[in-house]
Design a protein around this ligand. Sequence first.
Ligand code: ADP
Ligand code: ZN
Length: 721
Amino acid sequence: MTRVRLLVFNPALSVLDYRLPAGMAIEFGAVVLAPLGPRQVLGIVWEPDRLEGTEVPDSKLRPILEVLPAPPLPAPLRRLIEWCADYYCAPMNAVARMALGSMAALRGGGTTTEYRLSGLEPQRLTPQRAAAMDALHGEQASIRELAELASVSEGVLRGMVGAGILEPVSVDLDRPYPRARADFAIPALEPDQQAAADTFVGAVRAEEFAPFLLDGVTGSGKTECYFEAVAEAIRMQRQVLVLLPEIALTENFLRRFEARFGVPPVLWHSSLKQSERRRAWRAIVSGEAQVVVGARSALFMPYKALGLIVIDEAHEVSFKQDDGVRYNARDVAVIRARFEQIPVILASATPALESLQLAEAGVYAKIDLPARFGGAELPAIDVLDLRDEPPERGRWLAPRLVAEMRLRLERGEQSLLFLNRRGYAPLTLCRHCGYRFQCPNCSAWLVEHRLSRRLACHHCGHEVPVPEACPECHTSDCLVACGPGVERIADEVAEVLPEARIAVVTSDTLNSPEKISAFVEAAEGKLIDVIIGTQLVTKGYHFPELTLVGVVDADLGLEGGDLRAGERTYQQIAQVAGRAGRGEKPGTVIIQTRHPEAAVIAALSAGDRDAFYTAEAEARRDAGAPPFGRWAAIIVSSEDEAEARMAARAIGGAAPDLPDVLVLGPAPAPLALLRGRHRYRLLINARRSAQLQDIIRGWLGTLSFPPGVRVNIDIDPYSFV
Ligand code: ADP
Ligand code: ZN
């Protein structure tokens, strides 16, 4: 009789014991199907001593049904899943879920069917079919995906298959990826770069845990350095994972990767289509995928032979996931590298204070690249005090910034304006009665998007067309836009520099790989004079003719009292400044501010990064904030305000009284209403000595809540809203 313990994917029950039927062989980590009531449940075979379950007598055990034809999750990955569940106070099956592909991928490779336009042009078409034909030009995907793309029902598309307008195509899920060539185009490295690359190559060869902080100024060629380590892993037939903070950055990365290794890497992110996901997942588990580039979700994949992890732009806050399992991919990557016994490289020009601290403590080896590649100079930084040099009424760009932009235009060079605000204006109100457009589901203003003529909530996606008249007092033509977004700045530039060719770069305008490449090509081909963008343009891009960067409102990020506001502002401005003067021509940065005396602005203008980090570290030490102390948040939400408030009070009332733990709240969260749920928040500030997670588990474990209440724990939170 063999008893098998499973971690199962069921929200209510997560650990169940089964019997191994005679003749079935099984390993720890195997993915299996087992009976649960009248249905079947997916499970992973786990070490029984590492997973607490209830003891069911042998006689009551039901047999496992089937072992799926996917390799077992390797032991280091199982340890990582346990670690994450424990550290982030998350259900273990929710963490493990991130390691598995779709059911279809687990079932094996083979072929799947996709559809595309057959080229048949019927004489008469229903308007729906005609619209679908337009939308599906050049696309090939499953019926469901095509229906989404074309915004028609699957029924319409099935009808089109029947009529021969769409044709089936058989897709081989196991068709191999082209092989990357380690020696395709080896660059000539500068001495600093070579030293860094040698260190990384040595670490890959050593096959041991080795965390690095690659701290190099913008334009120093960090990518070139870690590519040498990637090349070594490829030679050794080990896999590499490169994590990027945003899909928008991959486009640029792909070109550089291809130039170095001859072929593109394997991509993994949320907007892959089904067949691509299945193919990528299977190549990852078989070891065939040599280099995987992805967003944070690529971190939990069951790589067969991982040999190196790189986290590019490691300071980016988007590595922190804020829903589902709330984990920080940067930190989990280091833990994974430890379990896998491999090197991990955190690359950044503006590392997080936490990372610098770990380097200082000797936990990370710090590798510096202090100079730009090819002798390019870092740009000169000029602080423009808006109180002394105000823009004209109703405008946002000071005359001197405009004059500098005009100069660039005359010289045929490019300017970049940075404002981290999508849309036209962050608030719209009625001049007549004062009515403000607010989201019905969130405590947030609706943002006007003039390009799409809509008012949109950036939290929940709620959208309405911009009305003719005020919904409150019904006066027409009385709505006024308050404050600028990038679209409004674009209008202003069009007025003051009418001959300039302008590109607005935000997640609204660059929402597909095609649009991103088109933008990069246009910018490189000097078809754009002025780029106006959100944080999307702050990193990754390398435009040699870009010689002026203007920061429209440096004070914006400092509002809101977020723990990391200062650091984030510093990073954003330093990164966007890093886009200037990357070629032969020197760059200039103009920072518009009303607070030139703020520590962040002063450090930026003096080019004194150390001064900023030292002051920031002092402030954090005083506040007991990370990395010197720890924070956790408990967020209580419900569609019912009173229910959320009562639950939050109950949690507050049961708070432990401990010397090294301080509990603040409950209080309404700054975003008191989000997607229709009322939110209360408790903040926990603890000394490093406190067993924070055990304390929280013990504290919440004694309480129970009505079914409509959600209690989320956020360990090391980034968002304080
Ligand atoms: P960072 O990521 O540090 O900001 P990049 O890796 O983007 O810097 O490098 C800046 C530019 O310099 C890129 O266009 C890159 O291709 C180029 N570059 C850096 N090092 C070399 C090198 N050794 N040989 C050729 N080009 C290089
Ligand atoms: Zn909303």
